[in-house]
Design a protein around this ligand. Sequence first.
Ligand SMILES: *Cc1c(COP(=O)(O)O)cnc(C)c1O
Length: 514
Amino acid sequence: MTVDHPDADPLESLIARRGEAALETLEELRAADPPTTGGRVLSYVYDSGLEGVDRVAVRAAGLAHGVNGLDPTVFGSVARIHREIVQRVRAILGGDPGDGPDVDDDEVHGVVTSGGTESCVLACLAAREVAGRAPGSGGTIVAPVTVHAAFRKAAHVLGMRFVGVEVDPASGRVSAADLLGAVDRDTCLVVCSASSYPTGVIDPVEQVAAGLDAHHDPRIGLHVDACLGGLVLPFWPGGVGSTWDLRIGRVTSISADLHKYGFAPKGTSVLLSRGRTRHRASWFSTVDWPGYPVVNPTLSGSKPLEPAAAAWAVLEALGDDGQSELVARTARATAVLVEGLSGIEGLRVIDSDPGPLIAVVADGSVGDDQRVHPHLWADECGRRGIAVQAQPAYRQERGSLPSSSHLTITPVTERLTDEILTVARASADAVRGLPDPSPPAAFADVLAALEAGALSPGDLLALPEDDVHAMVSGVLGETGGDDDGMAPLLAAIERLPAEVGGRLVRAYLAAVME
Ligand SMILES: *Cc1c(COP(=O)(O)O)cnc(C)c1O
């Protein structure tokens, strides 16, 4: 007779002891992070403000623990959860038959991905495949320059070319005519955002769709990047004033992140595509190896069910009424903050479309002594416990988009608007009239040499990685203190050619992680 006693395995007690120690360390590390709930971090995190939402997500993830999402033929829960997420998001985004004059039985299908970037990359891959273009053959992705960086990444990894169409520097808006003007025989995909992350603008999807319909090859895809807006704009009180979703028949795919306004933990987004051909064009499958038949609808092989299970449970728990109420809270908080921030002397809120994003710039209509630089302001807000996100100026031939600071508003923000505005005013008072931030001293020589023409961007790009590392480590030493803020680094980025800036921020992050 055997006694089934778990403690009989000596390894169990050893692991329990070391596990406890690791968990204690993790708890300390997390306590030092900025809070992911509570509303004091106005980017990266999307807080419903309801503890119950997070509890449902954590329990659902626990129940899904251990499942390999790679194979829905083995784990039936994977198929069911993915199918129901897709059905729900499709209904929200106007993709059910009969939803619009243009939506017919050419059904909309979808995949659940690990996040917005993966959804966008897969949309580009499908477009390249549908267009029949090989990597490196010059197939293009045409998008406003304000589109998310994920599309530049997609071009990079898929051997495509990114064609950025300039926007009006004052409003951040692209004209449909300019976007359509960049479409040619090489175009595989046109992208519009709803909304654009840096500006909050909703691109003119209807006009772009009409132009593509009338004048261009039907194989060219039209993707709507609703990673941010997909689960918030459809519920915005009073609507958003334009149609941008699958009710427009010429829209061929759309992405929406559940880990943003679906209030789910990180790791879940949806890509919906019109028609089976485009839907399956980005899948990878093979039987040409000695192992199991491989079918990957997304980029990963083995994958967790946890994030999708959590997102599914949160969708079920919230329902349309819960989602509407959370978005109503978000909209009210946004209105209060826009009004309050607009009243701060020296700052200006960019006028954008309805939605939960606010971008703040320096008010160009006041004198230098009254102006508030948005990056210095962001750093000051951070020191006072409210984290807003600095965005560098963006150079275009039509004139630069100015330096700005970004705020993502979530339902929890409504409880904090007074505190946020108090901090915003005090921070503006602290930096009003200060000169623009300057780059870190460690970059001074390089910047001076570049600007004098003694060094070319090519020279910098040719530097061995160890030299770049040494340069950036100097900056880390300089800005390592908690109190230095991001303004100097942003100032360097604004003055460097974009390729060089990209290489330097890569080295910077790598050094942080080493
Ligand atoms: C967040 C975002 C993405 C990318 O999503 P990740 O989930 O961060 O990979 C793409 N587009 C827009 C508009 C976004 O806001």
